[in-house]
Design a protein around this ligand. Structure first.
Ligand SMILES: Nc1ncnc2c1ncn2[C@@H]1O[C@H](COP(=O)(O)OP(=O)(O)O)[C@@H](O)[C@H]1O
Ligand SMILES: [Mg+2]
Length: 367
């Protein structure tokens, strides 16, 4: 799977650009604020129809313009694929695949698999649980469209439940109403938890091996999914236990005005040598952990979908030491790479196979 060509019209700071890519390695060089990440953002949009840095599509339309149009030409399983997206200030976005308009925008999933590795990913290891939940949601949405659907349903009902908890008092509320929502929440929530546990288990097996390799067997990584619904082993009837716990926490939930348990509160603990790397890891260990996770993610997508994903490396090479840079590049021989950087180092040049170099300056790309 690779991308051949990209067309950008009024996308962020790109007025009108057409770029032809190398099928293996593309290096995008430029000073800060010239448009390097913008370019990767446009590519990433083609995998899930959403940006990795904003939830507001409008932000990607060039300032003072009404719409943005961008399109890619790619190759997947030896056949050509085109995807184009129109963002409009006054309308819902339109997505076309091979010139056919999608009925539902989620149909864009399962076409191109793109993984991004950016300094943001360090936050997955370092910062609060929300970052890790976002990570797992994003990955599962990409490989499991049904997860996307369940997550959407769950979030919607959760919002309704929370609004209800805020509006009424525990002493007098419509029990039937809440019973219905709790039943639905425990159904969808259980599915999310099961999928996430399954994903973490698979990711564990792959990342363990990668992490051993990167650290010369000196460090061992272990991911643990932590849910507030039940203990790890107690999977017998997740839905029943979930519902019981929701009932039990009802009084407190009314008091707080929100739902205190469920996958929206869960976390993934990342352990290195049996210690939580978030609290006890050195910066180097945290970086290595995030690198292992990313590489494992690529392998997992490959395993689950049979497709080798495309990898975007946004400004991360300079954050890794030479050993890890080399490891990263050497382990990605089959993958089409897009690497942004402010300067090209000699190590990179020596170790990279055949590649194209692009220079970005103020929304213009020169090969
Ligand atoms: N909607 C937009 N319209 C025009 N320019 C934009 C828009 N959004 C961001 N920019 C510009 O894009 C530049 C940042 O691009 P970015 O790709 O993040 O830079 P970098 O090369 O450092 O990765 C800034 O100059 C910013 O003003
Ligand atoms: Mg950038």
């Amino acid at each position: 799977m690779y991308i051949k060509k990209l067309l950008l019209n009024n996308f962020r700071n790109y007025k009108n650009e057409k770029i032809f890519f190398h099928d293996k390695v593309n290096i995008i060089i430029g000073n800060n604020a010239q448009g390097k990440t913008n370019l990767l953002e446009a590519l990433y949009m083609m995998s899930i129809g959403k940006s990795f840095r904003t939830n507001r599509d409008q932000d990607m339309i060039m300032f003072n313009e009404k719409n943005a149009y961008f399109k890619i030409w790619g190759v997947k399983e030896n056949s050509e694929i085109t995807i184009d997206i129109l963002l409009d200030k006054n309308q819902k976005k339109t997505i076309k695949i091979n010139d056919l308009k999608l009925r539902k925008n989620t149909e864009i999933l399962e076409n191109l698999y793109i993984v991004i590795f950016s300094p943001e990913d360090l936050k997955i290891v370092k910062e609060g649980p929300e970052k890790r939940r976002n990570f797992i949601n994003r990955e599962l949405c990409q490989i499991k469209p049904l997860y996307y659907h369940n997550l959407y349903k769950y979030s919607k009902i959760l919002l309704q439940r929370n609004a209800f908890l805020k509006e009424y008092q525990y002493e007098h509320y419509d029990q039937n109403m809440l019973d219905i929502w709790d039943k639905e929440i425990s159904q969808y929530g259980s599915l999310l938890i099961k999928n996430r546990m399954d994903f973490i288990e698979k990711l564990n097996i792959i990342s363990r091996e990668i992490h051993n390799n990167i650290t010369n067997n000196e460090e061992k990584i272990e991911l643990v999914y932590e849910t507030n619904i039940l203990d790890q082993k107690d999977m017998l009837d997740l839905e029943t236990i979930y519902l019981l716990k929701l009932k039990k926490s009802r009084k407190m939930d009314f008091f707080r005005g929100n739902t205190s348990i469920g996958p929206h509160k869960d976390d993934i603990r990342i352990m290195v040598n049996d210690k939580d790397v978030r609290n006890f890891g050195s910066q180097g260990q945290q970086r290595t952990a995030s690198l292992s996770l990313k590489l494992a993610e690529i392998k997992l997508i490959q395993k689950e979908t049979g497709e080798v994903p495309i990898l975007l490396l946004d400004d991360v090479l300079s954050e890794l030491d030479h050993l890890r840079q080399k490891y990263l590049i050497n382990s990605l021989k089959e993958v089409q790479l897009f690497i942004t950087t402010t300067e090209i180092n000699t190590l990179l040049k020596e170790h990279l196979p055949d590649h194209y170099i692009f220079e970005v300056f103020n929304g213009k790309v020169i090969k």
